[in-house]
Write a protein that binds this ligand. Structure first.
Ligand code: HEC
Length: 163
């Protein structure tokens, strides 16, 4: 092979490889669904997900829950992400901004959402928006000194074994 042909061959290879290298940053509804699963979002935001061993009921996917989490912060309810995505952001770009600065009460792991890549957040947004009818919000959070009117899970501090 002459040097010229070699150079041309290498250039052609680079052109072929470039799109493959950027595939890791693909943005899609399907990838958003996958991120909601491996990110653990359905664990709390999709009713019935844990009990069914990881089945996502399309009618309930990411619509939040009316079962509270009660601790020193009061009682909080997993938000309806279909509504949140529409209320807190007017576009995909705004959703990325919102998610990158997210901070909530426990037990929501807001720091995990902040740690997501932009392409993760864009995919997650597209997945949430593809889920259809946003439905209703969960109950309002209840302050620490008030009794919740819904079922709730108490979160207690860890207990040391008796030695
Ligand atoms: C352990 C349960 C739990 C898990 C896991 C969880 N969430 Fe939450 N999430 C909650 C609760 C509870 C709230 C309500 C917090 C509050 O009222 O301050 C919430 C609130 C939110 C909010 C709304 C914040 C707002 O602006 O009101 C967003 C957005 C959110 N979660 C996204 C996610 C995403 C994305 C994932 C997956 C990466 C996830 N959550 C995983 C329990 C959870």
């Amino acid at each position: 092979m002459t040097r010229l042909v070699q150079t041309a061959a290498i250039a052609a290879l680079c052109i072929l490889i470039a799109p493959l290298a950027s595939q890791g940053a693909d943005i899609s509804v399907e990838r958003g669904r996958q991120i909601s699963v491996i990110g653990g979002c359905n664990d709390c935001h999709t009713v019935g997900y844990n009990e069914s061993g990881g089945q996502i009921d399309p009618a309930k996917a990411l619509k939040g829950s009316a079962i509270g989490w009660r601790g020193p912060w009061g009682t909080t309810y997993a938000a309806n992400l279909r509504l949140i995505a529409r209320q807190k952001a007017k576009s995909e770009d705004e959703f990325v901004q919102y998610a990158k600065t997210l901070k909530t009460r426990p037990p929501m792991p807001w720091y995990n959402v902040r740690a997501m890549d932009e392409s993760d957040l864009r995919s997650l947004y597209q997945y949430i928006m593809s889920l259809g009818d946003p439905g209703d919000p969960p109950p309002d959070a209840v302050p620490p000194d008030q009794e919740p009117k819904t079922p709730y899970r108490p979160i207690e501090p860890p207990v040391a074994p008796k030695s």
